[in-house]
Design a protein. Structure first.
Length: 115
C-alpha cells in the first residue's frame, strides 16, 4: 500500500507529470507523441488542476507522497445525485502494484450516498 490522501493544490505539477507519463506510455503508439504532449498540456494545466483540487464538490485523491497515481471524481453536472469518474492514472513503472485499486477504494468511500 502506498497510502491514499486528498490532493492538495501543491500536487498539481506532480499530477500533471503522472498524467504525462501514463498518457505517453498508453497512447504514443496510437496517437503519436506530439498529439499526446499537446493533449496533456491542454487537459492538465496546473492552474486548472489547482482550481479543481480546491473545489468542494470535486474529489481528487493521490497515491503516495510522490503522486504515483491519482483519481478525480465529480458529481454529474446534470444530476448531482450521480458521481462520475473523470480521471484515474498511475505512473507506468508502478502499473500492476494495486495502486489503481487503492485509488478506486478511496474514491468509493468518499462517494457513498451517490446513486
Amino acid at each position: 500500500m502506498v497510502g491514499i490522501r486528498p490532493a492538495e493544490p501543491s500536487d498539481a505539477e506532480a499530477i500533471r507529470e503522472t498524467a504525462r507519463a501514463s498518457w505517453h506510455a498508453t497512447y504514443d503508439d496510437l496517437l503519436g507523441e506530439e498529439v499526446v504532449t499537446s493533449t496533456v498540456e491542454a487537459w492538465y494545466d496546473p492552474a486548472e488542476l489547482r482550481a479543481v483540487i480546491g473545489h468542494p464538490k470535486h474529489v481528487v485523491r493521490v497515491a503516495g507522497t510522490d503522486v504515483s497515481g491519482f483519481i478525480h471524481v465529480d458529481p454529474n453536472p446534470e444530476d448531482e445525485r450521480v458521481a462520475e469518474l473523470v480521471r484515474i492514472y498511475v505512473r507506468p513503472e508502478q502499473w500492476g502494484e494495486g495502486i489503481g485499486g487503492e485509488l478506486l477504494d478511496a474514491a468509493r468511500t468518499v462517494l457513498e450516498g451517490y446513486d
